[in-house]
Design a protein around this ligand. Sequence first.
Ligand SMILES: Nc1ncnc2c1ncn2[C@@H]1O[C@H](COP(=O)(O)OS(=O)(=O)O)[C@@H](OP(=O)(O)O)[C@H]1O
Length: 416
Amino acid sequence: MAFWSSTSVFTSKVPRKILFMFTLSLSVTYLFYSLMSCYNSFQFQENYVYQGRLATEETTFVTLREKLYSTSSQVYFDEEFIERTATEQTIAVSSVRNSVGIDERTSGWARAQAATTSSSSSKQEHPEFSTTDSELRRVVNCTSDYGVKTLPQAIIIGVKKGGTRALLEALRVHPDVRAVGNEPHFFDRNYERGLDWYRELMPSTLEGQITMEKTPSYFVTNSAPKRIHSMARDIKLIIVVRNPVTRAISDYTQTLSKRPEIPTFEVLAFKNRTLGLIDASWSALRIGIYALHLESWMQYFPLSQMHFVSGERLIVDPAGEMAKVQDFLGLKRIVTDKHFYFNKTKGFPCLKKPEDSSTPRCLGKSKGRTHPKIDPDVIRRLHKFYKPFNMMFYQMTGQNFQWELEEDGNSPGSRD
Ligand SMILES: Nc1ncnc2c1ncn2[C@@H]1O[C@H](COP(=O)(O)OS(=O)(=O)O)[C@@H](OP(=O)(O)O)[C@H]1O
C-alpha cells in the first residue's frame, strides 16, 4: 500500500517528459543488447571457423563467409549423407525434384527432401549442427538470407564420369564459390522453364562470390552451346576429361548397377565384333569422342573461356588441378594440398574433415565403383578407335592428356 502511494506521488511529481525519456532509453538499451547478442554470434562463428581449418589466416569478411558456407559444402561432399540430410539448398531440390531426370543423386536428394520437414531441423541431425549452443543457431538465422541469386558465371559442362562431382565439391570448399548441389539440367532438359526458374535454383551469393553448377550432359548436348552463349557470352566453362575408354567402362558400370540385366560391355561396344565394327552410336562410346563435341562449343566460345581438367590428375594430384582451376576462375588459391588426403579404403583423395567433426568427406558409393573386367582385346581396339579423335582433341585444346600411355585401361581411378 505504502509502495503504491509512494509510486503515485513519484509519478505525479516527475514530469511526464522525463518519464517518457526514461522509457525510451530503456527500450534503446534493450535493442542495443539484442543487436550485440547477434554480433557476438558472428564472432563465435568466426572463431569456430578458424580453429580447425585456416588458423593461420587473418579473420576477414571472406573467411567469415567461408564458414557460413563451408558447413554446407562439407555436407554435400558425402553423397550418402546427402541422402539423409537436406541442407540449405533444399529450395533447389524441391524445385528440381519433379522435373530433373532422375539419376542416383537426384533421387537421393528427393528422398532427403521427403524425409525432412525443414532444413534447420535436418541440420541438427548432423554432428556439426547438433550443438546445443543457442548462439550458433541464432547466427544461422541471422545470416541465412544474405546475398542474391544470380545466374552462374561458371559451369562444369562435362564430361559424364570424368570426375565432375569431385571437382565441384573441392571447389565448394572455396569461400568465393557457391554452387548448386544437384544437377539442374537446365540447358538440356529444362530449358523451356526459363532463366528465372534456373536463377531460382542457384544459391545466394555475396559480392565477389562465383555462382556455379555442374551438369555433365551439357557437353554432348547439341543445343547447349548456343543456349549458354545467349545467357552469358563471357561465361567460363570447365570440362573434366578422362581417358575415353575408362570413361566408357565407368559409364557402363553405372548403368549396370541400375540394370544388371543389360548385355556385356563387349557386346554393346560392337556393331559387328568379327569385322571389328565399333558401335560409336552407343552413348557410352559416343561421349568419349571429345573432339567432335568440342567443335560445337568452339563455334560459340573461344578457348580462353574453357578450361580442361584432367580427370586422371584430379585423382593423383587434386591440389595441382585445383590450383589451375582456381587460376582460371580468377580465384585466390585457397584450396590446396592441405585440404586433401588419400583415403586408402576409398582408393581416392578425400577432403580433410575439420578437426571438430567426425563426418567423412569422401564421395559416396556411386563414385569409385569397381569396374567389371573387360576383355583386353576389346580395350585395345577401343584405344585404337579413339586414338585419332584424342589426337585431334589434344591439338584443339593444346594439351596432351597422354591417354595413349594407358593402353591396358588401368588409368588412375579405374578399379578393374
Ligand atoms: N576424389 C574422388 N573420389 C571419388 N571418385 C573420384 C574422385 N576423383 C575423381 N573421381 C572419379 O569420378 C568418377 C565419377 O565422375 P563424375 O563425378 O563426373 O560422375 S557423374 O557424371 O557425375 O555421374 C568416378 O568414376 P568411377 O571410378 O568409374 O566410379 C571416379 O573415378
